[in-house]
Design a protein around this ligand. Structure first.
Ligand code: OAD
Length: 229
């Protein structure tokens, strides 16, 4: 089977009702990144940061995957599909995607402040200052904050290096190293971009200027037609 890698960002979950970060009305207009998404912000006010992610987790419990997520699942019958998402929601998994790498962590998991490998599932429950991991250290959201290492990036880059097709959906390509993954994709591999707005990408790419709900279907239909030839 040929290999498809799909890089997704907040835009693929927008039609499920989850705010993007940098669009008008996005999360970074309502909160300062430094306060809620950096290790320094966490050290300054753990309760504020923990509560920010409690709110995101509670909201996640109330939303559903949308057509964009579901269309990517269709592809699995025809291709070896790997999703590489910057999103911390679980909507790809809930739609039925099999292989999902979360570059920036997962809302439904928490980990020990002391040991980054001591990770546990909490589903949609809140955590609080004073809640401890098995090693006695404070539990923190399992989120990669700005300034922290992105442990999954090497795996993701390896997958990009060997993919036959690459699809980018709903990311402003502002955040590295995720935005740099496209440079690992072989020149000979065809690429698509699904986004209602212009995104700066410096390589040959087929642009589908639509929301994920309709745009992803177009790419998936084309890929399935190609696989049947
Ligand atoms: P952004 O908010 O930067 O970009 C969202 C993209 O989605 C934009 O290009 C929009 O045009 C597009 N978009 C909006 N509605 C859409 C729709 N219905 N269908 C398809 N696309 C749509 O979000 P990301 O690029 O994901 O990291 O942001 C990357 C990282 O920055 C996030 O993972 C997060 C954030 O800070 C951390 O918090 C560590």
């Amino acid at each position: 089977m040929k290999k498809v890698v799909v890089l997704t960002g907040a835009g693929i979950s927008a039609e499920s009702g989850i705010s993007t970060f940098r669009d008008a009305g996005g999360l970074w207009e309502q909160y300062r990144v430094e306060d809620v998404a950096t290790p320094e912000g966490y050290l300054k006010d753990k309760a504020l940061v923990i509560d920010f992610y409690n709110q995101r987790r509670r909201q996640l419990a109330t939303v559903e995957p949308n057509e964009g997520h579901r269309q990517l699942v269709r592809l699995e019958k025809y291709y070896d599909v790997q999703i590489v998402t910057q999103n911390v929601d679980n909507l790809h998994e809930r739609a039925g995607s099999t292989n999902v790498i979360h570059l920036h962590g997962e809302l439904t998991k928490v980990r020990s402040e002391r040991n980054p490998r001591l990770i546990s599932d909490i589903g949609y429950k809140d955590i609080h200052v004073g809640d401890l991991a098995e090693d006695g250290a404070q539990l923190r959201p399992h989120i990669v904050w700005f300034g922290e290492a992105v442990p999954e990036i090497e795996n993701a880059a390896n997958l990009c290096e060997t993919c036959d097709y690459f699809i980018v959906v709903g990311t402003s390509m502002n955040v590295y190293p995720a935005a740099g993954l496209i440079h690992y994709v072989p020149r000979s591999s065809r690429c698509w971009l699904v986004d209602p707005n212009a995104v700066p990408i410096s390589r040959d790419i087929t642009i589908i200027k639509e929301k994920a709900g309709t745009g992803v279907k177009k790419v998936v239909d084309e890929l399935i037609a190609m696989s049947e030839k």
